[in-house]
Structure formats: C-alpha cells, structure tokens
Design a protein around this ligand. Structure first.
Ligand code: ZN
Length: 378
C-alpha cells in the first residue's frame, strides 16, 4: 500500500509543473471564454495522466462544467472540485505564479487548482499502480463555485445522489485539518419603502425608510446566537437620496449562517417575514437558504476516522477535523451522501494576495486521497 505514497512522492516536481500550468490560465468565474480554456486544458491533462472519459456539460453563461469518469463499477465515489477563482482577469501581472522555498504562490493555488492537481495525481497513481477498485470514480470540475454554484448545483446534487461517498478537494483548514461539517449559508435582500418628504418643511409627512431599516438591522443582529452557531450579519446597506429628504427607500443585504437544518427552519422564516415597525413603511424580503448545512453525521464521522487512520499509518500525520463557517459545494453534496471536505491543499490565504500552498504537502495529500479512494472503493 505504501507504494502509492512512494509513487506520489516522486511526482512532486511534476505536480508543481502541472499546478503552474493551471494557475497561469486565469479563470475568473464570470469570464466564460477564459474558464473554458482552462477546462479544455484540465481534460487534456486528465487524458494524459489518467485516461478515463471526459464530458463537458455546456453552460451558456459561465464556463462549461467538466465531468470526468474513470474506472468501472455499479457504485461511484465522487470527487468535487471547481476551476474558477475569485481573481479578476489580468491578476497574473501583479500576482504571478511563483515559488519561494516550500511555498507556491499565485491566484487559485490554494483555492483550488492545487486540489485539482492532487486529485488528478491520486487517480494517476491508482491507475499506474493498477490498484483494484470495484467502484468508479467521478470527478466534477465546476466553473461557478466562487459565485454560488448557481449553474452547477443541479449536477453536483445529481452526482451526489448516485454516489456512495463524496470527497471535496477544497483547501484544508489550518494545519491541514479536514472539514467534517460546514455551516449552511442564507442570503437575503431586504427592501424597505417609506414616504419621501422635505426634512425641513414637512418632515411629519414622511416615513423614513432608513429609520425603518435601522430598526430592522437591530432586530436582525439580535437573531445571532453564538452558542447555537447561528449568525446574522447585515453586510451592505444603502438608501436615501439627500440629507434634506426623508428617505423613501433603503435596502440591506443579509448573510445568515446556521449549523443545522432545524436551525435554518427556525430562523429563515423570521427573516423572510420581517414586519415593519413604522406605520406607512413596507418591507419586501427576497432570498433564502443558498447552501444547506453540511452536518457531521455518523457516516461522515466514520469516513473521517478512516482518513485519520490512513494518515497516521501511511503518512505519519495526526489528521484533525473542524467545522467551517464557510460554505462549499460540499454543502450541496452532504444531504445525499457522506462527505469529507478540505481534502485539498495545505496552505493559506484563500481569496487573499498571499494565497499559497505547501509544495511538499502536495504529494502527501494526494497520497491520502489515493489511499482513501482505495479503501472506500474496495
Ligand atoms: Zn474553493
């Protein structure tokens, strides 16, 4: 079994070279043409390193999603990745791919092109070493994760429903910890309408939309309950037209995080059904739960225990787990199949200019993934 580890250790520089190729093809979520170029490159690399069957799922607005299938079997293991990044076109000019010591910097290294590379090489090792599996592996490489997975969600759910297990190659938590639960994420827009009037001449005839929104913000923020892991954040507000006008309109964007579906069921209606405090004001709330909570079920725990044992036995790593407040596509898969997330790179700085991964950990994490696929795929 340790030949998987040795095989991958010898591939470190090759993995780094492939990472460089992927990072140097920029892929902002909203630029279809650029993401499509990267998708074709990944398909080409998968053909070289793994074989298998790549199919593109056409997408009018964003990049085409890539579905890659390898191996045979009735049952399947799903690997989830995304190829888009939060970085705008032209970012490489000021934030180029670069290696400093054991760190590889650049847009998407950590989130999550490194995960794609590690997944590709794990399958490369399993195929080259002819490790016998009775399940097939499906690798999804989606194009719109960083903007909410609107066009990929249906495919993620569809594949998760067909899967025995799901492994998400998103970047790991600090010290390489896996993510065995993630909060659910709700997004809401609160639009308040009041009545405009001159703030000096006839203020009594106005109903301030800003005054109303201010009270709503107070109400929304007190829904936060840290003990329950529930948070409500009004992150954006706008409204009004001039300091001498009682504001006719105001609006806010609200972010909700919850640990469990039952908590989502409790809090979401409280936000959707906001009632005005001021007579003459009206409120319209749109939105809802965008990503359901990814809960740590007993099956998830079993997968983690297996991963921890493999890491300890074969890689001499004391693997940890954690709850993440951030959502990922793991949230969409977890309701349908036991899911382990954070299987991707070790590093830091997702969505920040110091984004990087630890180079020497690439073969290690790739080996952990290969070992896990081998055990789960038996
Ligand atoms: Zn990501």
């Amino acid at each position: 079994m340790d030949n998987l580890v040795t095989f991958l250790q010898e591939k470190e520089s090759e993995m780094l070279e492939v990472l460089k190729q992927l990072v140097e093809i920029e892929s902002p979520s909203r630029n279809k043409a650029m993401v499509d170029v990267l998708g074709r490159k990944i398909a080409e690399l998968l053909a070289t390193y793994v074989g298998g069957q790549a199919t593109f799922i056409e997408n009018k607005e964003y990049g085409d999603h890539l579905r890659f299938e390898w191996g045979k079997g009735e049952e399947q293991i799903l690997l989830l990745t995304h190829m888009d990044t939060v970085w705008p076109k032209g970012i490489l000019e000021t934030m180029p791919f670069r290696v400093e010591g054991d760190k590889a910097y650049g847009p998407g290294t950590f989130d999550m092109k490194g995960g794609i590379v590690q997944g590709m090489f794990a399958l490369h090792a399993l195929s080259q070493l002819e490790v016998p599996l009775t399940k097939k592996v499906v690798l999804l490489v989606t194009s719109d994760e960083e903007i909410g997975s609107g066009s990929s969600r249906v495919y993620i759910e569809q594949e998760a429903k067909k899967s025995k297990y799901v492994l998400v190659l998103e970047s790991s938590a600090p010290q390489g910890a896996l993510k065995t639960s993630r909060k659910g994420v709700g997004l809401f827009r609160v639009k308040v309408k009041g009545v405009a009037s001159h703030a000096g001449i006839e203020p009594e005839k106005g109903v301030s939309a800003i005054g109303e929104l201010g009270q709503q913000i107070g109400y929304l923020h007190q829904l936060t309950d840290f003990a329950k892991g529930t948070t409500v954040n009004v992150g954006v507000i706008k409204g009004g037209s001039s300091s001498n006008v009682v504001a006719a309109e105001a609006e806010a964007e609200v972010d909700l995080r919850v640990i469990s579906q039952s908590e989502a069921d409790r809090v979401v209606p409280m936000i959707m059904n906001l009632q005005p405090f001021l007579e003459g004001a009206s409120i319209e709330v749109t939105g809802g739960l965008n990503r359901p909570p990814f809960e740590r079920t007993p099956q998830v725990e079993q997968m983690f225990v297996l991963a921890k044992k493999l890491a300890e036995t074969h890689l001499q790593i004391d693997l940890q787990e954690m709850l993440s407040g951030g959502g990922s596509d793991g949230n969409f898969a977890a309701p349908y199949a036991p899911t382990l997330d954070g299987m991707g790179p070790v590093g830091d700085g997702a969505h920040a200019r110091h984004e990087h991964l630890i180079i020497s950990q690439m073969p290690v994490r790739s080996a952990l993934l290969a070992l896990l696929i081998k055990e789960l795929g038996m």
